[in-house]
Design a protein around this ligand. Structure first.
Ligand SMILES: Cc1ncc(C[n+]2csc(CCOP(=O)(O)OP(=O)(O)O)c2C)c(N)n1
Ligand SMILES: [Mg+2]
Length: 552
């Protein structure tokens, strides 16, 4: 069991952790307490004031700062200090006055760090204060000192559309406006959301390297869910929330959804990290696969060694530690599939398949020879090759089709596809990305080999597709960053990919083109050129030395 040291869970209160009774269930409380006891970092992110959240803070004992006022403040309950507050501008007074005048049935609650002010008491506001157990200070907007953290307007749910339409017609620019519950409409400091607070949180609270899981159910949680590494929602969440999260919990806020989420988090960490022995074996296998790449391209007197060498560790992990394949039954129906979308890197795929036993290694020496089995780009007739490829951009589309077929057949297999970072300049890739999102292809993992080089130059100079992670995120994918030459990183990324439900996964792997052969590393000249005899001998000598060290 991995420690929960760098694992953070931040949850919304109302509608996510809190059921309609507003009492935290014993099951949720126990799960949170165990999570903290194992070193996990627990926080809440709520639209509530400190006063209104205090009893939950007392009960749950967050061991890290919490987000209050819908993101307008970060408060440390351990030191009892405000770490950050964002306040409304002076114009908020006039806005509040105008709304109170236009809607005789609306109330306005104005929290400051020193307490909660209420301008006009209504039955809805009264009920809210009672639920939150807050003692208000009654005052007219003009009498309330500045330092307003937000304004919460409460109105009957059936009147909410009128209130929203009124705000929309005014087009006020001095603040942001969001509905946070059926009865509540909030005016917040511009740009302050639970998401902006969570992004700030990473630097302010030393959370840069923490893996953050966020849970929420409502519109005002969307930004926070997007800013987290993993996002989850209870089954009662709004459709717009369900659409963007990584994990849709089966339980609702009434039936211990957070306990379910904590179980999910701890379970996903139970998969122990790879032992040193396994890692060394994989490193040695990757080294032998690299030798096959050099062997193949040398004998072919052509081919693509650079981009082949950058994916050898990933292919090794997939074929030797992850994918369900059987070299004796290459067409087994429930096998996991791999589509090498960057088909020019066939030497790496062939070498991996040969190493795994799909065909004799001897075949590598006839790579690209007339009449030989192994042609310059993957061909579906070769044992172990799941799709012909080579025309950049097409492989991912084929992979989407396979994944959709898997879904329609309720099949258990996963589909992996490897793309080049230059390849994703092709528009077709983004059509496929859109499609995978549309059909929730969570059985599809696209790995982008981000080696920074294209056919004849740096991506940044040819046509940059950066920022790659953000682009996939914008297309609705769950994104994982990976170091392509570190098996711990590969292992963690692939396990995370496995845990994602409802979304396709993009793994952006930082890699070195030509990895493993010193004079080929990061050299664009080795994109599509074979080594001559002297270069072949040097490359093989280097890889043999690496292998000896790993096996020694
Ligand atoms: C549609 C299409 N256009 C052009 C090519 C020629 N081509 C082969 S590889 C390559 C560059 C690909 O760069 P990248 O995807 O970054 O590959 P890697 O660096 O991984 O080798 C190009 C333009 C092709 N195979 N298909
Ligand atoms: Mg590249």
């Amino acid at each position: 069991m991995q420690s929960l040291e760098n694992i953070m869970l931040i949850t919304d209160l109302d509608g996510t952790l809190l059921p309609s009774s507003k009492e935290i269930s014993a099951a949720d409380a126990a799960a949170i307490s165990q999570f903290r006891a194992k070193g996990g970092k627990f926080a809440i992110a709520t639209g509530r004031t400190l006063q209104a959240a205090q009893r939950y803070i007392n009960k749950l004992k967050p061991n890290i700062p919490v987000i209050l006022f819908n993101g307008a403040a970060i408060y440390d309950p351990v030191s009892e200090k405000w770490l950050y507050t964002e306040k409304l501008p002076a114009d908020a007074v006039a806005v509040t006055r105008q709304v109170l005048d236009a809607f005789p049935d609306v109330s306005a609650e104005i929290p400051r760090t020193d307490g909660t002010y209420v301008a006009r008491m209504t039955p809805y506001e009264k009920e809210h204060l009672e639920i939150c157990q807050v003692e208000p200070i009654l005052a007219e907007p003009e009498e309330i000192p500045e330092g307003w953290l937000k304004v919460l307007f409460a109105i009957a749910p059936e009147r909410m559309p009128d209130l929203i339409a009124y705000f929309a017609a005014q087009n006020w620019d001095c603040a942001d406006f969001v509905q946070s519950e059926a009865r509540f409409y909030e005016m917040l400091p511009k740009g302050a959301t639970k998401g902006s607070a969570l992004r700030l949180y990473r630097t302010l609270c030393g959370a840069e390297n923490w893996k953050i899981t966020a849970a929420g159910d409502f519109d005002n949680d969307l930004e926070m869910l997007r800013a987290a590494d993993i996002s989850a929602c209870p089954s009662n969440a709004q459709p717009c929330v369900k659409k963007i999260v990584d994990i849709q919990l089966t339980q609702s806020c009434e039936t211990n959804a957070i306990a379910e989420l904590i179980h999910h988090i701890t379970k996903s960490l139970e998969v122990h990290s790879m032992d040193e022995m396994t890692k060394k074996q994989l490193q040695a296998t990757a080294c032998r696969i690299r030798m096959g790449v050099v062997e193949g391209t040398y004998h072919a007197k052509s081919g693509h060694p650079g981009g082949s060498l950058s994916i050898c560790d990933t292919l090794t992990y997939l074929y030797f530690a992850k994918m369900h394949v059987d070299p004796k039954q290459p067409e087994m129906a429930d096998r996991d599939r791999l589509v090498l979308s960057k088909g020019h890197c066939a030497p790496a795929l062939y070498s991996t398949l040969a190493e795994r036993g799909f065909f004799p290694k001897e075949e590598l020496k006839s790579l690209r020879h007339i009449g030989a089995m192994l042609q310059g780009h993957p061909c579906i007739h070769i044992p172990g090759v799941d799709m012909s490829s080579g025309s950049l951009g097409q492989g991912i589309s084929a992979a989407c089709g396979m994944a959709l077929a898997g879904k329609l057949d309720s099949a258990s297999y996963k589909v992996y596809t490897i793309l080049g970072d230059g390849e994703i300049e092709e528009g077709q890739v983004w059509e496929a990305a859109m499609f995978a999102n549309q059909y929730h292809l969570d059985n599809l993992v696209a790995i982008v080999d981000n080696n920074g080089l294209q056919i004849d130059g740096k991506l940044s100079e040819v046509c940059s597709p950066e920022p790659i992670p953000e682009k996939f995120e914008a297309f609705g994918w769950h994104v994982i960053r990976m170091d392509a030459h570190d098996f711990d990183s590969i292992d963690a990324a692939m396990q995370e990919a496995e845990s994602i439900v409802g979304k396709p996964v993009a793994i952006i792997q930082k890699s070195v083109k030509g990895k493993g052969v010193s004079f080929m590393e990061n050299q664009v000249g080795w994109h599509g050129k074979a080594p001559n005899q002297a270069e072949y001998e040097q490359a093989m000598a280097e890889l043999t030395a690496q292998l000896k060290e790993l096996e020694g």
